[in-house]
Design a binder for this molecule. Structure first.
Ligand SMILES: [Mg+2]
Length: 371
């Protein structure tokens, strides 16, 4: 099964209101997809994270077409482990030299997911089944809430039995305090409530927020500090008694090994479209369980990466919940089919071969950017 084509396909759609985080606002949704085709007529889909910066689609298309595709064309698509090693060994040093390892890992992520999709299709089995998993019910948590009226996005999730929520903080103590109290009031005392600072706090501001978190029954904060300051985490834990989650901005199993050795996280959140694809996710999530740390796939992109994340959760023991973005995203909702059908707060992974997705060509045509 020789690889004949590696085609980046970028989808983009403006959104209003924009999605705000402590470090920026996203006024459009983007899905950087890649279609990898073989000489046997099958094509697999992958996705590369591209939420920030706004010019990431242009960069990623060049990285995929000029950097990644030449390493794959003509290779045997079924040899995923070896292809993943070839890509990471060749491109990782380049990323370090460039000073931007992330975009290269994000590009590798897309083709790795596509290769697993291809393999599953060729064998007629869903990816989780190739890994020894099963079509079990996978609990979710609703994320992306706030900073404006966080309670409004909660309602459809509460109605469908979701009992875990994540609020964005880092917008100033007054706003953060008001939002976490309001959200607790809406979701009820029994719901699990986390906060995510998106690296937006310094040590003093994080300490100021801690009493509010205790009062409102929040025991975990995600990415309180810039991820290149992991030395702040342990003193913060000791001072506050709070748990710390993170991982969406770490790359590869080596990055996670280092974080786990350093005791950085109580909950690990790798992103399949950033950290190296399904091959790397399997290694990272298994590594986390070996350290006794639960994992929860991070995800705020389109349908392809979301489906891939469900396959991980269905196959690697030790998962906590799937992240489900509560903000509107046509590139997730219009391409997902029945992937997002919540029942009692749970999703089930797609049962079809490979990723189990049937992407509608009409939706792809409607949102496709010509780059
Ligand atoms: Mg986050």
């Amino acid at each position: 099964m020789k690889i004949t084509q590696v085609e980046p396909i970028v989808l983009q759609v403006p959104i209003d209101p924009p999605v705000q985080t402590s470090f920026g606002r996203m006024d459009r949704r983007v899905a950087i997809l890649v279609r990898v085709c073989s000489d046997e007529g099958l094509c697999g889909w992958g996705e590369s994270w591209g939420n920030f910066p706004s010019w990431s689609p242009q960069e990623r298309v060049r990285t995929l077409s000029d950097g990644v595709a030449p390493l794959l064309i003509g290779e045997d698509a079924s040899e995923i482990a070896w292809l993943h090693q070839k890509l990471s060994r060749t491109l990782r040093p380049l990323g370090l030299q460039w000073g931007a390892p992330g975009p290269l890992w994000q590009a590798i992520s897309a083709v790795d997911i596509a290769l697993w999709d291809l393999k599953g299709q060729a064998l007629g089995r869903p990816i989780y089944e190739l890994w020894g998993g099963s079509a079990q019910r996978l609990p979710v948590y609703a994320s992306g809430l706030g900073p404006v009226a966080p309670e409004t996005l909660c309602a459809p999730f509460l109605e469908r039995g979701v009992d875990a929520f994540k609020l964005k903080v880092g917008f100033g103590l007054e706003i953060d305090r008001a939002n976490v109290s309001r959200l607790r009031g809406v979701v009820g005392d029994d719901a699990i409530l986390l906060v995510d600072a998106n690296q937006g706090l310094d040590f003093a501001r994080a300490l100021e927020l801690a009493p509010t978190l205790h009062e409102t029954g929040v025991d975990t904060i995600e990415e309180p500090f810039p991820v290149d300051e992991p030395e702040l985490i342990e003193p913060f834990r000791l001072r506050t008694g709070l748990k710390v989650a993170g991982g969406e901005n770490l790359y590869g199993r080596t990055g996670f090994r280092r974080a786990l050795e350093g005791g950085s996280f109580d909950l690990v959140q790798p992103d399949v479209a950033k950290t190296g694809g399904l091959t790397e996710m399997y290694a990272i999530c298994s590594l986390a369980t070996a350290w006794g740390v639960p994992y929860a796939p991070h995800y705020l992109g389109g349908a392809v990466g979301f489906a891939a994340s469900l396959h991980v959760l269905a196959a690697v023991p030790g998962g906590w919940r799937m992240e489900m973005d509560a903000n509107p995203n046509p590139l997730l909702q219009e391409l997902a089919g029945d992937l997002l059908d919540l029942e009692d707060g749970c999703l089930t992974p797609p049962r079809g071969p490979g990723l189990g997705l049937s992407l509608q060509e009409g939706v792809i045509r409607r949102y496709r950017l010509s780059l």
